[in-house]
Ligand binder design. Sequence first.
Ligand SMILES: *Cc1c(COP(=O)(O)O)cnc(C)c1O
Length: 413
Amino acid sequence: MTGVLARRTAAEHLVAADAHSAHNYAPLPVVAASAQGAWITDVDGRRYLDVLSAYSALNFGHSHPHLLAAAHDQLDRVTLVSRAFQHDRMAEFCSRLAALCGKELVLPMNTGAEAVESGIKVARRWGYRVKGVAPDRAAITVAAGNFHGRTTTIVGFSDDPSARDGFGPFAPGFRMVPFGDAEAVRASLDADSVAVLLEPVQGEAGVVVPPAGYLAEVRRICDEAGVLLVADEVQSGLGRTGRTFACEHEGVVPDLYLLGKALGGGVVPVSAVVGDADVLGVLDPGSHGSTFGGNPLACAVGCAVLDLLEAGWPQRRAAELGERLAARLEALVGHGLTAVRTTGLWAGVDVDPALGTAREVCKDMMARGVLAKDTHGATVRLAPPLVISEEDLDHAVDVLAEVLRLRSVPAQR
Ligand SMILES: *Cc1c(COP(=O)(O)O)cnc(C)c1O
């Protein structure tokens, strides 16, 4: 019986998965069976170059041997005790992650959305207990075009109709301003304000990099107003932009870092809120928690991820390969692309609508063995694993260029 199942073709897997999984995604029709580095092999033995990296959760590539070794080793010892007891991997993970961030305390959680939710709770409690905001008045300023996850509080302050429709009523306490406009942040703040919550680079929005000086100006505005700056680096952090944190490009240190995705190395979900004791210290026993947050397996994999980041090569590689990627993509503007935005090894490219949608371009790329993901209709997002070779990176761009060229010849569409 299992032999029969194992021999399902990709097409059969797709039909079977569609029958019993909720339809909250429309995946490209590839069925992975194994993966290594930047390459995925499907159930029929076809190989695909992965230039999405699970939205940067796979910054270090699939099956990184150091991360897998740490996971295997920990699996045989202890994987979960809950936070009711302590375990022998917690201290190392939290102290090393705090040091990487230049902060004092770490709150370990699991998913990115939980890190964001936790950051919101910490900022509000800080507002009441430290800043002295009147009860239930705390306001958090957020940016238009944001993506911070999928919980009801978080989608309540999204401006993406597809993320919100049918999920209200939503939590109050959020003020939205245009992304990239520091004066709008200043104008949004008053005595009730406790935090400004931003992605330093908006990933889901299409790799939107704010104007130079924006983050530094928002930092100054927060300091003047006595408001926390909370940086959602779930996607932008941990090497993707060529630095450990995207905030570093402007010398900005937020009051809270929200981390996730790559923190678990693509092996297990690991997220965290990182800050100093005068902020994160507002949490006391019983005020917040998570059954799985900071479990031994997560901490072991997280420590192995920290080994890689402390060595510095992922950040360097993102910076080096990123220059190459940017130069090659910019040459395609006017040749099927209308705009290119890049930072580190991360790009959002806008497809000329005359050639089709970004989704159609991704399907064409898949047919040629390269897996990328569209966002917001016209944008293809490229975020290859930082371990990708120069040749493979060039190949991905060659395939994109070929797809765009063929689409500009109507007869071949
Ligand atoms: C992906 C993402 C999240 C949510 O992470 P999940 O693990 O999917 O809950 C939050 N913030 C940003 C910036 C993200 O890119």
